[in-house]
Design a protein around this ligand. Structure first.
Ligand code: NAP
Length: 309
């Protein structure tokens, strides 16, 4: 029998992403032992009941002690505190990675707390659903989805290769880029779209001229697809906007300019301008389907696992 990739994996946080990693690692025999730390008794009990892990801990330090891979899988706002807790107990040569949706902040908040002989390899699986918690995970979540690694320039090459091997073994396609570039790309592909969804659903719920029941009744006209995104975890998304401020504000600036141009086109009856834009955007949708990142199904592929953030 071949050795697993990691002897002991410590998942700090066992929600959608942590539990999906546990299930995928078990399915593919990637870890000798999997333990987790999570703050609530409810999630600790669920992790054991669902057989996600071999042991549960209340605090991050006891889970991380003796692990050769530590994965931060909580909302990113908690990373600095967790890194300060695990820094003194992680052994030399340990790899610390994370699954956070913003990457520049990991180097800022986690890096300084770790000893120099511990290898930090930040990562972001671009896969998810709007569901949270240990019950929402599934082993196939990362299959055929991208995972972006953002190792710092001086990262240990063997450690980066090992984290890449882990994601590849869980079925993901892996890319590497700088943290700064990641944050800019994700601002437009994920963060701004979520903000737009939160905003439009918020606007609709505040409307006085249209009743709530009408909004729900006629939601298939487009609104429904925004509500799925706007149902995403509030803590996670608050932390994303607080920690990717510059890139989101830059992309939002571009977005508002383009929206103003559309507003003007509608006001002046510029049908050609509207038609040209809608034709261009249709082609982008087609290339996403062609790249296997979505199905052409009329329900926007909502039943396809892993199509989210
Ligand atoms: P989740 O399902 O809400 O689970 C969060 C986990 O973190 C739970 O174990 C929770 O503990 C713990 N936690 C929550 N707040 C905490 C705090 N303040 N301090 C310490 N622990 C805390 O979250 P998730 O969807 O797996 O997301 C985890 C990370 O993955 C986030 O950083 C997110 O940016 C990233 N990510 C998410 C997605 C997605 O679509 N969901 C996709 C890619 C990356 P209890 O349950 O015990 O309260």
């Amino acid at each position: 029998m071949t050795e697993p990739l990691f002897r002991r994996v410590a998942l700090i946080g066992i929600g959608l992403i942590g539990s999906s990693m546990a299930l995928a690692m078990r399915r593919h025999g990637l870890a000798g032992e999997i333990v987790c730390a999570t703050r609530s008794e409810k999630s600790r009990a669920a992790a054991l009941r669902l057989g996600l892990v071999d042991a549960v801990h209340e605090d991050a330090a006891s889970a991380a002690r003796g692990a050769d891979l530590v994965v931060l899988a909580t909302p990113i706002g908690a990373f600095a505190r967790i890194a300060a807790e695990i820094g003194p107990v992680v052994a030399a040569g340990t790899i610390v990675t994370d699954v956070g949706s913003v990457k520049g902040m990991v180097l800022r908040d986690v890096g300084p707390h770790l000893p120099l002989n511990v290898h930090l390899v930040p990562g972001h699986p671009v896969a998810g659903t709007e569901h949270s918690g240990p019950e929402s995970g599934f082993a196939e979540l990362f299959e055929n989805r991208w995972c972006i690694l953002t190792p710092p320039d001086d990262a240990d090459a063997a450690a980066v290769d090992k984290v890449e091997a882990l994601w590849a073994a869980m079925g993901a396609k892996v890319d590497r880029m700088s943290a700064q570039h990641h944050d800019l790309v994700l601002a437009i592909t994920s963060h701004v779209p979520h903000l737009i969804a939160y905003n439009i659903v918020g606007t609709a719920s505040d409307l006085e001229a249209v009743t709530q029941s009408e909004v729900i009744k006629y939601s298939a006209g487009g609104f429904r697809d925004f509500t799925r995104i706007a149902a995403s975890d509030p803590t996670m998304w608050r932390d994303i906007f607080l920690n990717n401020r510059e890139a989101v504000l830059e992309m939002l600036g571009r977005f508002v300019e383009d929206l103003t141009a559309l507003q003007r086109a509608i006001r002046w009856g510029e049908g050609d301008a509207l038609f040209d834009l809608f034709t261009k955007t249709r082609a982008i949708r087609r290339s996403i389907v062609d790249a296997g990142q979505e199905t052409p199904a009329a329900d926007f592929g909502r039943r396809v696992p892993g199509g989210g953030e």
